[in-house]
Design a protein around this ligand. Structure first.
Ligand code: FDA
Length: 385
């Protein structure tokens, strides 16, 4: 095969490695992906009926405080000034998130100062001791008190995990941020925005180099394909960003994931909910949130003013054939992961990266940052940097 490196997976991790090797080292890279498009989970597409950009695998908001990553991503796209804000519809009333002074005062019909609000929440949180909390419910109450927990966390968590929070381990949450100001910006990173011309243009720009060949619809484990595990490992260096347990044919057992189902709908209105993401924490709604994509790009004048695209999000445990989205990370998963890490060390010139290859939730800037490190410390030196 005419390649110095094979990259499995065209998500941000794989494309960052491919771009660096192609541009910086002038070496040839073949990128394969089993999907029919580049970009991994950050992929977006224009809805055919409305032209509104839809994030097919769930809403993706770019944010980072890492200057190296920020400088790098700006080579491929400019960013809008979008700032993410989330609201939640509880018992028919809409509140701002993350829980902040606005949420607290609206919820308790009060006008607490920051100190007064702190005192109220501390008193309510005194019901349980954080250190000895026996389950997720007790831990959450020990952090924010029962009233806020029952309104905004309990049923939402139960929907996310399909499990009553009293049956979930306390460790799932380490903290529940409460802000004692009216600041409801979702992220507090130095840089935030959305790619001006969309995610797919950004991702395609990364792959746009004469030394990069992208082959779509190719599964690494399909030995009938010219580029597969059988034909590459041991022959050419491989960066593998697929699932680590799949690579080893689940020899140490399956790692567990949560998946999401998305229900997309075009509605005959110019604005359905007035904002991009509305959470539905109450149990009467089977979904956890509704995305309305036009609000990610208020600057776009081409969007119709009589139609909108919404996507309801449902959460559940993943089967092997589902898209893996969030690692469940049980004790058994952690043990299996350690066993897989040992196996990866035995694979000569195969580098495991990205969210699936390391069984880790990674934000986009983290996936890119970690790929830049792998290029600098491992893949680059191997290829003669
Ligand atoms: P990614 O999953 O994108 O790419 C892996 C690629 O490998 C896929 O294209 C897959 O098809 C391919 N592949 C797997 N197995 C293969 C095989 N056997 N053969 C060939 N190809 C194979 N981040 C953020 O910063 N802001 C946000 O708002 C969000 N929002 C968000 C929402 C949801 C619902 C999720 C699940 C995740 C986010 N993220 C996020 C995280 C973001 O999606 C993540 O950082 C990137 O997808 C990581 O890129 P990777 O390249 O690691 O994986």
């Amino acid at each position: 095969m005419d390649a110095d490196l094979v990259v499995v997976g065209s998500g941000f991790f794989g494309l960052t490695i491919a771009e660096r090797v192609a541009r910086e080292l002038g070496r040839k890279v073949v990128v394969i992906d089993r999907r029919d498009h580049v970009g991994g989970n950050a992929y977006s597409e224009d809805d055919p009926e409305t032209g509104i950009e839809v994030h097919r695998y769930g809403a993706h908001l770019f944010h980072t405080s890492n200057e190296t990553v920020w400088e790098y991503v700006n080579r491929f796209t400019t960013f809008t000034g979008y700032q993410h804000r989330v609201y939640t519809n509880h018992a028919g009333v809409v509140y701002p998130l993350p829980i902040n002074l606005g949420t607290i005062n609206q919820f308790f019909s009060a006008a607490y100062s920051p100190d007064e609000a702190r005192a109220v929440i501390a008193e309510q949180a005194g019901e349980f001791d954080t250190a000895s909390a026996a389950n997720l419910e007790e831990k959450a109450i020990s952090l924010i008190g029962r009233p806020l927990y029952e309104a905004f966390i309990r049923d939402y968590t139960a929907k996310q995990w399909q499990t009553d929070p009293t049956q979930l381990p306390a460790e799932i949450i380490t903290r529940l941020p409460v802000r004692y100001t009216y600041d409801n910006r979702y992220f507090n990173d130095t840089h935030e925005g959305l790619p001006t011309q969309g995610y797919t243009r950004w991702l395609e720009n990364m792959a746009d180099h004469p030394n990069i060949e992208v082959r779509l619809g190719v599964d690494f484990f399909d030995a009938d394909q010219p580029v597969s595990k059988a034909s590459t490992v041991g022959q050419v260096p491989v960066v593998y960003t697929g699932a680590v347990d799949r690579y080893f044919d689940y020899a140490e057992g399956e790692l567990s994931w949560r998946t999401l189902d998305f229900e997309r709908e075009v509605l005959p209105t110019g604005d359905f909910q007035g904002t991009s993401v509305m959470n539905y924490p109450d149990s009467q709604y089977p979904y956890t949130r509704i995305h309305e994509f036009r609000h990610f790009h208020p600057e776009r004048t081409s969007y119709p003013d009589d139609k909108t695209v919404i996507m309801r999000e449902f959460s559940r445990f993943a089967e092997r054939t589902d898209e893996p989205y969030y690692p469940v990370n049980t004790d058994a998963d952690r043990e299996r992961l350690l066993a897989y890490r040992t196996l990866t060390e035995g694979e000569q010139d195969v580098f495991f990266g990205g969210r699936l290859g390391t069984y880790q939730y990674l934000d986009m800037h983290m996936a890119i940052g970690s790929a830049l490190s792998m290029f600098r410390n491992q893949v680059g030196p191997l290829l003669g940097a």
